[in-house]
Write a protein that binds this ligand. Structure first.
Ligand code: AMP
Length: 276
C-alpha cells in the first residue's frame, strides 16, 4: 500500500473518478465500510489518516489517541483503498498557518459544538484542506458523527467545493455499540454497559412508534440512560436531520442523538427514529 506523506507526492488525477475517505486512523469496520462503499463507486480511492490536532480541545485525548499505521495500511488495502495520505501535523499546519474555516449559526453552536468548543472549526478546516489536496469527486462520511456530516455538507455547499458528500450508515458491534476507535478505552466492566446509548436510542424509536411525542420519547430514552449510573449523559434529544434543531413534533427523518461520558471515555451515537 502506497503511503504518501507530502502534498507534492500526491498522485496526479488520471482515474475517471476519485473517492476520498477522511479518517483519523486506527481503522475499524465502520471505516472499512466507508472504504468499501468508496471502492464500489469510484475507480480510485484515497484514504487519509491524520489525527487532526485542531479538532481536539484542551484536556482531550490528542496525545493518547490510538495510532497503528501498519495495521491501518493492511486493512485499508483489503477494503479497496488505492493509496493512503498520511501527512504530519507540521505538513498540514506549517509555521505561519493562520486560516480557519468556520461554519456559523445554530448547526455548530449546539450539541457537540457546545461541549467541544472549536471542534467543528478544526473539522471544517482540515476537511477543506484535504479536499483541496486530494481533489476527490466524492467524499464518504459516517452517520456515526451525524452533526459533523451536516457541518461538512454545509461548508462544502457554501464554499462551492464541488465534492459530492456521501453519507454511510452506522456500523455497530453485534450488541449494538457503535464502532469507534475510542471503544478501546472502555474497561471490561464498562464495555457491556456501553450499549446504554444504543438501548436509549431504541427506546426513543419505540416510543415514537407507539405514538409518543418527541418530548415523551426523549423521556423514555432518559430512563434507559439512568439505569447505568457510571454513564453521565451530556444530551439526549430528538432533532431535525438537516438543522439539528430540537423538534416538538415529528418530521420525516427525525434523529435521536445522544452523547455522554463513562469514566474512561466520551461516547456519541444517533438513530433515525421517524421514517423518511
Ligand atoms: P474518525 O476516524 O473517527 O474521524 O472517523 C472517520 C470517518 O469514519 C468519519 O466519517 C466517521 O463518521 C466514520 N465512522 C466512524 N465510526 C463509524 C461507524 N461506526 N459507522 C460508520 N461510520 C463511522
Amino acid at each position: 500500500m502506497r503511503i504518501i506523506s507530502q502534498p507534492a507526492d500526491l498522485p496526479v488525477r488520471e482515474s475517471a473518478s476519485r473517492g476520498l475517505v477522511p479518517t483519523m486512523g486506527y481503522l475499524h469496520e465502520g471505516h472499512l465500510e466507508l472504504i468499501r462503499r468508496a471502492a464500489a463507486e469510484n475507480e480510485e480511492v484515497a484514504v487519509s489518516i491524520f489525527v487532526n490536532p485542531l479538532q481536539f480541545g484542551p484536556g482531550e485525548d490528542y496525545r493518547t489517541y490510538p495510532r497503528d499505521l501498519e495495521r491501518d495500511a493492511r486493512l485499508a488495502e483489503s477494503a479497496g483503498a488505492s493509496w493512503i495520505f498520511h501527512p504530519s501535523p507540521e505538513v498540514m499546519y506549517p509555521p505561519g498557518f493562520a486560516t480557519t474555516v468556520h461554519v456559523g449559526g445554530p448547526l455548530t453552536e449546539r450539541w457537540e459544538g457546545e461541549r467541544r468548543p472549536g471542534h467543528f472549526d478544526g473539522v471544517a478546516t482540515v476537511v477543506t484542506k484535504l479536499f483541496n489536496l486530494v481533489r476527490p469527486d466524492r467524499a464518504y462520511f459516517g452517520e456515526k458523527d451525524f452533526q459533523q456530516l451536516q457541518v461538512v455538507r454545509r461548508f462544502t455547499a457554501d464554499l462551492n467545493l464541488g465534492v459530492e458528500i456521501v453519507p454511510v450508515p452506522i456500523v455497530r458491534e453485534p450488541d449494538g455499540l457503535a464502532r469507534s476507535s475510542r471503544n478501546v478505552y472502555l474497561t471490561a466492566e464498562e464495555r457491556p454497559r456501553a450499549t446504554v446509548l444504543y438501548r436509549a436510542l431504541l427506546a426513543v424509536r419505540e416510543a415514537a412508534r407507539r405514538g409518543a411525542s418527541p418530548a415523551e420519547a426523549v423521556e423514555a430514552g432518559e430512563k434507559v440512560l439512568a439505569s447505568v449510573p457510571e454513564f453521565v449523559p451530556d444530551y439526549l434529544a430528538v432533532v431535525h436531520p438537516g438543522t439539528l434543531e430540537p423538534l416538538s413534533s415529528w418530521v420525516p427523518g427525525a434523529r435521536a442523538i445522544v452523547a455522554g461520558r463513562f469514566p474512561t471515555v466520551r461516547l456519541i451515537d444517533n438513530m433515525e427514529v421517524w421514517d423518511r
